[in-house]
Design a binder for this molecule. Structure first.
Ligand SMILES: C[S@@+](CC[C@H](N)C(=O)[O-])C[C@H]1O[C@@H](n2cnc3c(N)ncnc32)[C@H](O)[C@@H]1O
Length: 247
């Protein structure tokens, strides 16, 4: 029995911290749940190749009280490698926080590539920007500070449907279904939608009657399993990552 911590997000702010008991079949993120897992630390020690500015941004982010939201570094690297594999150029992130994954995306795409990064909290964007500049990729990252749903709708209205290569969904969990449906419009055939936190510390296995977030994530997982518009894999990296490949 592992003691897990779970955040609920509302309008971009973490509003509640709840202790939960979860039977854990996976260690979670290497900087939080998997901090004391020797196998996961071995994986990180023997495979993480972190750009020096990413390492600095991680250290800065770990000073933030909500650093549990930071993407797992090993997962960010994996997604960067996937982007290289599919030769991604146009990418999008829903939920940027302090910008670790957005920066890694920018470093993983060509010089003329683009990252649209959705975030609702100015304070997080202010932390991120100097690191984007230091890494020399600030011109690649287009930060949109407003509700992500609005940004996705605007991109669709601007005629960008079918033009994105890679989209990472990692914001407020109760809006995931809306983000997924819009992302499916925006991504090209053969493009990838990566959805974070699909295991939610294992709570999706048997969601409590009053746990709407776990119920919604579980419903989305089950919907994707049957969704004929995509091929998929659900991975136990980080807090659970689903990769949806648009058919
Ligand atoms: C889990 S964090 C993202 C972590 C990030 N991908 C990284 O690389 O570390 C989720 C972020 O989504 C933001 N967020 C929450 N609701 C949002 C919304 N409706 N629109 C845009 N961003 C939102 C939060 O402020 C928070 O920074």
């Amino acid at each position: 029995m592992a003691q897990g911590m779970k955040l609920l997000f509302c309008s971009g702010l973490a509003v509640a911290l709840i202790g939960v008991n979860v039977m854990s079949a996976f260690p979670g993120k290497s900087h939080s749940g998997g901090k004391d897992d020797p196998v996961l630390q071995y994986v990180v020690n023997n495979s993480l190749r972190e750009h020096p500015v990413l390492a600095k941004l991680k250290q800065r982010t770990l000073e933030d009280r909500w650093n549990i939201m930071l993407v797992a570094t090993e997962q960010a690297q994996f997604m960067g490698n996937l982007m290289k594999l599919i030769k991604a150029n146009k990418t999008l992130e829903v939920g940027m926080y302090t910008g670790y994954n957005a920066l890694n995306m920018a470093l993983s795409i060509p010089e003329n590539g683009r990252v649209v990064a959705c975030e609702i909290e100015n304070a997080y964007v202010d932390i991120a920007r100097p690191f984007f500049k230091e890494a020399g990729v600030e011109s690649k990252i287009d930060v949109r500070i407003q509700p992500a749903m609005q940004t996705l709708d605007e991109l669709i209205a601007a005629g960008e449907a079918g033009t994105y290569d890679f989209i990472f969904i990692d914001a407020d969990k109760n809006n995931y279904d809306g983000y997924y449906e819009r992302s499916l419009q925006l991504v090209r055939k053969g493009g990838i939608i990566a959805i974070d936190n699909v295991l939610w510390s294992g709570l999706v296995v048997n969601p409590a009657a009053d746990d709407l977030v776990s119920q919604n994530l579980d419903a989305l997982n089950k919907k994707l399993h049957k969704d004929e518009r995509i091929d998929l894999s659900m991975l136990t990296i980080g807090d659970g990552l689903t990769l949806a490949f648009k058919r």
